[in-house]
Design a protein around this ligand. Structure first.
Ligand code: TXA
Ligand code: MG
Length: 336
């Protein structure tokens, strides 16, 4: 990807813009990020303005290599070091006490900072170009509360001229945000399920991993833990099995345009029986959690653009592998 024609020049240009306090959207393996050099308070402030994000919601700081962790975190529990060595570069964000170089305007006033080494050739080339004494604050490149962008075109559509440059690194491989982990002693607390499966974390830490309960997640202000985050504009309902299609028929008789997003074979069979139903679009999603996650946000965006009145989504399997997908869908269904 970095060898695409012109990509190297674009990365050099992006680094120049960032050093001058500009805002550059760039690809990561999870979702596209909206990047600012953390040493520029003006640039970081602009990120909050562009996203329309409350100023007390902390940003994730991205840097180029796990070996630089000490530069950005003041205290590093052994468990955090083990996860950094095992999963970086990768879809894992560690919440650690911030080093002095990480200002409060990046962390929303908190003493901790979210840190991540992204695993995408364009992101890594950009961070290398910036040099190891710099890091990028980068929230997902969408407006606050919306679905994260998984393609450069999504960023264009949503933020367009508000950013100085958009680096196009193709579709994001994972498509859901990073797993966010905090620590209590040597116990890892999963604050947001994401690209790293729970089972992999547990394996790396001899099972010393727990899921945050709602209260704890709220106390550290994970904006992704708001009930109605990650939401499409179209109202979305989560329904299982037969209720899914009953609801579709009911809404259809009220002349609403409905999209049904299903993954199970039984649901597809049910759909086959209803083939003559107009005004009900069926979107078949993969029955594999990773593939489903990869497609989820782009699918929600497309359905938003198509102007449906209601999105009916089949409840995902009750299985740890589906944790991140279930989490995002539950929040999307919660939207006002
Ligand atoms: O995959 C990702 O993590 C993407 C890509 C661009 O890296 N970034 C991302 O950023 O999802 P954002 O800002 O959309 O979500 C970051 C989440 C927020 O829910 C924020 O509250 C939480 O991380 N967070 C950041 N710093 C934190 C801290 N010090 N303590 C608790 N939560 C924190
Ligand atoms: Mg976000």
């Amino acid at each position: 990807m970095t060898s695409a024609p012109g990509m190297h020049d674009q990365i050099v240009h992006a680094a120049t813009l960032l050093k001058a306090g500009g805002i550059v959207a760039f690809p990561t393996e999870t979702v596209y990020g909206l990047g600012a050099d953390i040493s520029s308070s003006a640039a970081v402030r602009r990120i909050f303005e562009i996203k329309k994000r409350p100023a007390d919601h902390p940003l994730i700081v991205h840097f180029g290599d796990a070996s630089q962790l000490r530069r950005w975190a003041r205290v590093i529990p052994d468990a955090a070091m083990a996860l950094a060595e095992r999963f970086w570069p990768g879809p894992l964000t560690l919440i650690l006490p911030r080093a002095r170089q990480v200002s409060e305007y990046v962390t929303g006033g908190q003493e901790t900072v979210g840190l991540r080494v992204p695993n995408h050739p364009v992101a890594l080339a950009l961070l290398a170009e910036l040099g190891e004494d710099r890091a990028l604050a980068a929230p997902s490149a969408n407006r606050f509360g919306h679905v994260s962008p998984t393609m450069a075109a999504h960023v264009h559509q949503e933020l367009g001229d508000a950013v100085d440059m958009i680096l196009d690194g193709g579709p994001c491989e994972i498509g859901l945000e990073s797993t966010i982990v905090g620590f209590e002693g040597q116990t890892a607390i999963v604050l947001r399920p994401g690209g790293i499966p729970l089972a992999s974390l547990a394996e790396a830490l001899d099972g010393n991993v727990v899921l945050a309960d709602g209260t704890r997640a709220q106390r550290v202000r994970v904006s992704g833990s708001l009930a109605s985050h990650y939401a499409p504009a179209t109202p979305l309902e989560l329904l299982a099995g037969e209720a899914l299609w009953q609801r579709a028929l009911e809404l259809r008789t009220r002349r609403l345009r409905v999209a049904v997003v299903s993954w199970s074979a039984s649901s597809r069979e049910r759909r086959a029986e209803m083939m003559d139903e107009k005004n009900i679009l069926n979107v078949s999603m993969p029955a594999d959690a990773l593939q489903y996650g990869h497609r989820l946000y782009a699918t929600l965006r497309n359905l938003d653009n198509d102007g449906f009145d209601r999105l009916l989504v089949e409840t995902p399997p009750d299985d740890p592998a589906w944790l991140a997908v279930s989490d995002r869908l539950r929040r999307a269904a919660h939207a006002p």
